[in-house]
Design a protein around this ligand. Structure first.
Ligand SMILES: Nc1ncnc2c1ncn2[C@@H]1O[C@H](COP(=O)(O)OP(=O)(O)O)[C@@H](O)[C@H]1O
Ligand SMILES: [Mg+2]
Length: 278
């Protein structure tokens, strides 16, 4: 097991992440919480960088990173491992999660609200001040390493389907920080420098993204936009596709054509056309 002293600069905040936008204050608060052994729940629309942030934060701090795809946990015992039939007998194979919580590092519980609360139940003692759990299958008490940090993510869009509302037990165990899209000028810069879009294209993609996202929050369209459609459009542009094609496939086609001239697709198309003819 990694020695406590092996983690250099433990507890020291960094003040920015290269190539990734987050408000300075939010970044500081998240680090202050996590270095105080408080779990952090990152919320926000899909595509606001929640998963990516966890990975980059670990990288920037030189901490091992383990991501749990919470949606894939089917039974409350899956957190800890599974039974396997080996040489005529069944043995319990412990999960990577069990290993990860006993080491220094960042453990990201990704898309935490994709499962019902009964799945969360079995890790409650890990996430509260006890920071330990009894594994029935192997009859051992597992203690969480003092330098193991828990981050979690949740998509909390208006219309996010297939998610479950949080119960008080979860709310008691996390401090919540909401991530947002970067401002238009920052997003323009990122699409230009990171994703290779020409400056004027990057600006258009950032503006369309913000406009559609505002419309989502005003309840005039059903889906949040996030960063992803703009990244995909930048990729198509880089491959030589015309701007119109990139916008059609990456933005317009995300919305339903049902309803013809009154469809969401028509609404989005009109918004985009207005930006194109400016
Ligand atoms: N603030 C940001 N700065 C830079 N890139 C971002 C930012 N937010 C999102 N992205 C990019 O958008 C994509 C989607 O991010 P992701 O972390 O998967 O979103 P989420 O988990 O919130 O759905 C990633 O490629 C990520 O790098
Ligand atoms: Mg994610």
């Amino acid at each position: 097991m990694t020695n406590v002293t092996a983690i250099k600069n433990w507890g020291q905040n960094i003040d920015s992440l290269t190539g990734f936008y987050i408000e300075e204050e939010k970044l500081a608060v998240i680090q202050d919480l996590m270095f105080s052994k408080l779990n952090v729940m990152l919320t926000g629309d899909p595509g606001t960088g929640k998963t990516e942030f966890c990975r980059r934060l670990a990288l920037a701090h030189n901490l091992p990173f383990h991501r749990v795809n919470v949606g894939a946990i089917r039974t409350p015992r899956d957190w800890f491992g599974h039974w396997e039939f080996v040489d005529g007998r069944t043995i319990f194979v412990k999960s990577q999660f069990v290993d990860a919580i006993q080491r220094p590092g960042i453990v990201a519980l990704d898309e935490f609200n994709r499962v019902t609360p009964d799945i969360h139940n079995s890790i409650y003692t890990i996430l509260d001040h006890n920071r330990e759990v009894f594994i029935e299958e192997t009859k051992e008490v597992i203690k969480v390493h003092p330098q193991c940090i828990f981050l979690a993510t949740e998509n909390r869009g208006r219309s996010h389907t297939g998610i479950f509302m949080e119960d008080a037990a979860v709310e008691d165990r996390f401090e919540t920080v909401r991530l947002e899209l970067p401002p238009v000028d920052v997003m323009t810069d990122l699409l230009h420098t990171v994703n290779g879009a020409k400056k004027e294209h990057a600006k258009l993609l950032a503006r369309v993204t913000h406009k559609l996202n505002d419309m989502y929050h005003q309840e005039s369209i059903s889906k949040a936009t996030g960063f992803r459609p703009a990244i995909a459009a930048a990729a198509l542009l880089l491959r030589g596709q015309p701007l119109k094609t990139a916008l059609k496939y990456c933005f317009v086609h995300r919305y339903s054509p049902d309803g013809g001239v009154d469809s969401e697709q028509t609404t989005v198309l009109q918004v985009i056309q207005a930006y194109l003819t400016e």
